[in-house]
Design a protein around this ligand. Structure first.
Ligand SMILES: Nc1ncnc2c1ncn2[C@@H]1O[C@H](COP(=O)(O)OP(=O)(O)OP(=O)(O)O)[C@@H](O)[C@H]1O
Ligand SMILES: [Mg+2]
Length: 400
């Protein structure tokens, strides 16, 4: 044995047992950490919103909001006379504004006849490009704006599920990820049995965990044996078709690899968002990603799969505009892809990364935990990005 190895290395004889021992200990410690930060009794929740924020979500001027509230709608004032709005308050004000649903609803933004379900796949095989952060905030934003949203965690690492309060090892059992609805054997379940409510009214989710990896392993076998009529790339779309009337937008957070899961999400997608951090190595990696994806989609098309879509956009993430090389890289991307790079970028902010440490989003953390400017800058950037994406979704429905 190498004399440089320490005594701890020698305790477990094989790489397998060492890795398993480390996995067990890390998982135990992470669960203990989770118990400390979020004891089972604590409930995750969306924070309360100021009148200006509530008016923005509803899509009216703050003065008009105050007027309706003065007429007896909305939340009771706090002892200091201020009013703060919960998601439920915002939703009930929408109903008031729509006069309880008489006529065409304007503020309740659900899809109307002829407007098809939007399935937005968020992807890039570069790890840490901001897929999960983008997916989580976009899904919550859409729910806060009055759409019925479904967030699907397609990553076996299950970061999105963790952010939404589901511990992948403890809270998500067999067949409770999307794999349950797309698997090839008789254990396949209807997706409606798998979808969960979240603490955000209007937002449901399908959590992930390691079992999603099974799809990568069983698909080659199914392809070789041709055991099933439906090809792997149509399975996500088929399972979503079973619940399509319940939602307006589905957001799929893809894993950082180009396997069968990601390809299936691409084929199910009506829209694709590629997140990219504007640095040379990340952009080079994205170049490979695009080449490989193009090749694989050719194979899918040759096998009869459809690769039609409504829009595809690049989103610049964790952007630091004062960093010269980053702004050059962002400019480089814009010069190549033009309008396919979203006009707004997601700024890098400690408000996002700090919130992530306690598995929270910007819509959950209390503003008071940050210096005011820090939080507000991050939220402004997020709102601009999400607003631009909402605009794309609405334009596919033919709405303004
Ligand atoms: N705008 C931002 N400002 C600061 N930190 C950010 C921002 N966006 C993401 N991060 C942080 O960067 C890290 C990676 O982000 P995220 O998990 O969203 O990437 P990902 O592409 O989903 O990663 P993976 O490929 O591992 O799934 C996280 O710690 C997250 O908190
Ligand atoms: Mg992720």
């Amino acid at each position: 044995m190498n004399a440089n190895l320490n005594a701890m290395d020698a305790v477990v004889p094989t790489l397998r047992s060492q890795i398993m021992a480390d996995a067990n200990e890390l998982s135990r410690q992470l669960q203990a950490h989770q118990q400390r930060t979020f004891p089972p009794t604590s409930q995750k929740s969306i924070r309360l919103f100021t009148p200006a924020e509530a008016a923005d979500f509803i899509g009216i001027h703050e003065g008009y909001l105050r007027q309706i509230v003065a007429e007896g709608h909305g939340p009771e004032p706090l002892p200091n006379g201020r009013r703060l709005y919960s998601v439920a308050d915002i939703e009930s004000l929408r109903l008031v504004l729509d006069e309880g649903g008489k006529g065409t609803p304007k503020y309740v933004r659900h899809r109307r006849a002829g407007e098809k379900l939007q399935i937005v796949s968020v992807m890039n095989f570069k790890g840490g490009s901001g897929k999960t952060t983008t997916s989580a905030h976009l899904a919550q934003y859409l729910a806060l704006r009055g759409y019925r949203a479904l967030a699907i965690d397609l990553d076996p690492q299950a970061s999105l599920s963790a952010l939404f309060g589901h511990q992948p090892e403890l809270d998500v059992g067999d067949g409770e990820t999307l794999y349950g609805a797309i698997r090839y054997d008789e254990s396949r379940r209807h997706i409606s049995e798998i979808v969960r409510e979240t603490y955000t009214p209007g937002l449901h989710c399908v959590p992930g965990n390691l079992e999603l990896m099974e799809f990568e392993h069983t698909t080659p076998k199914a392809l070789a044996e041709r055991t099933d009529n439906s090809m792997f790339f149509s399975r996500i779309g088929e399972s979503l078709a079973d619940i399509e009337s319940a939602y307006d937008v589905v957001i799929i957070d893809c894993p950082p690899q180009l396997g069968f899961l990601t390809l299936s999400a691409l084929c199910a997608a009506t829209a694709v968002l590629i997140t990219v951090h504007p640095q040379m190595l990340d952009v080079m990696s994205m170049s490979q990603f695009l080449t490989m994806t193009g090749d694989l989609l050719t194979v899918v098309e040759n096998a009869g799969g459809s690769t039609e879509y409504d829009w595809m956009r690049y989103l610049v993430t964790r952007y630091e505009p004062n960093d010269g090389p980053q702004s050059q890289m962002a400019g480089f991307m814009r010069s190549i892809f033009g309008q396919r790079v979203l006009e707004h970028s997601m700024l890098k902010s400690t408000a996002i990364s700090d919130a992530g440490l306690t598995k929270q989003t910007l819509y959950e953390v209390e503003k008071s935990a940050f210096t005011r400017g820090t939080y507000d800058r991050a939220l402004d950037s997020l709102t601009q990005v999400n607003g631009e994406i909402e605009g794309l979704i609405r334009s596919t429905w033919g709405r303004k």
